[in-house]
Design a protein around this ligand. Structure first.
Ligand SMILES: [Zn+2]
Length: 237
């Protein structure tokens, strides 16, 4: 029942954004002065186009794809979606995640379809209540992929905000925080997240999936923070 209420809140926020587009989610330009498409103006749009998607070689045991660098317009639009309810701008971000997913599946030599599970890293229950929607799930749907309801990751306990923590602190903060729920045994899994920073969250997600018998074949993210940067630029989970 609460799920339904959240869905309606998200839908209403989106409808309000579409009916009364106030400003560009990227630069804040007033809607009366610029033409918005997917909540974003024509000057900001090019910043959201997927770059030649970069493979990440962090020592996770699988490759991580990310189509955008998390800064400037990208950070502003994602922040507007997550912290100001600008779900209308999800449409402008979805092509980049779609590009990441496509490349990750190609590298894993897996066709899209029922064989591979696309599993979003979950938001905290507090964040879901505050926002009324799940940004990563919604982004994945907008990117043209279903979100599995039966096999998913959930938070097993609360964690501290990752922003400002060092790599080792992030690992300690997250260890054992996620749990895989539903059938994973023998299934190939592609992990999905919005921003990859140090890879600590993806490592914990992979641990939980592996513990449940799944096989992580890669990860596809919307954006990555510039290398060796572990400062406070992460949006709230
Ligand atoms: Zn703009």
């Amino acid at each position: 029942m609460r799920d339904r209420a959240w869905w309606w809140r998200g839908w209403l926020a989106e409808a309000a954004g579409v009916l009364v587009p106030a400003s560009c989610a990227g630069c804040g330009a007033d809607a009366s002065e610029v033409r918005l498409r997917g909540g974003v103006c024509s000057s900001c749009r090019p910043h959201l186009e997927p770059l030649p998607v970069e493979a990440d070689d962090r020592s996770l045991g699988f490759t991580v794809q990310a189509a955008l660098e998390y800064r400037g317009v990208v950070a502003a639009v994602l922040g507007a979606v997550k912290e100001r309810g600008r779900t209308d701008a999800l449409a402008a971000l979805a092509p980049a995640l779609a590009a990441s997913v496509d490349l990750a599946l190609a590298l894993a030599r897996l066709p899209p379809g029922p064989g591979v599970l696309l599993v979003p890293v979950p938001s905290s229950p507090q964040a879901v209540r505050r926002r009324g929607f799940r940004p990563v799930d919604d982004l994945l749907r907008r990117a043209g992929h279903p979100v599995s309801r039966s096999s998913r990751l959930v938070l097993a306990r609360s964690v501290r905000d990752q922003a400002g923590l060092s790599s080792s602190e992030r690992v300690a903060n997250l260890h054992g925080a996620l749990r895989a729920r539903g059938p994973f045994e023998g299934r190939p899994v592609l992990l999905i997240d919005d921003v990859v920073t140090t890879g600590a969250t993806l490592a914990e997600a992979a641990r939980a999936v592996t513990a449940a018998g799944g096989e992580v074949v890669g990860a596809a993210c919307l954006a990555h923070t510039p290398r060796r940067h572990t400062g406070g630029s992460t949006t709230h989970r």
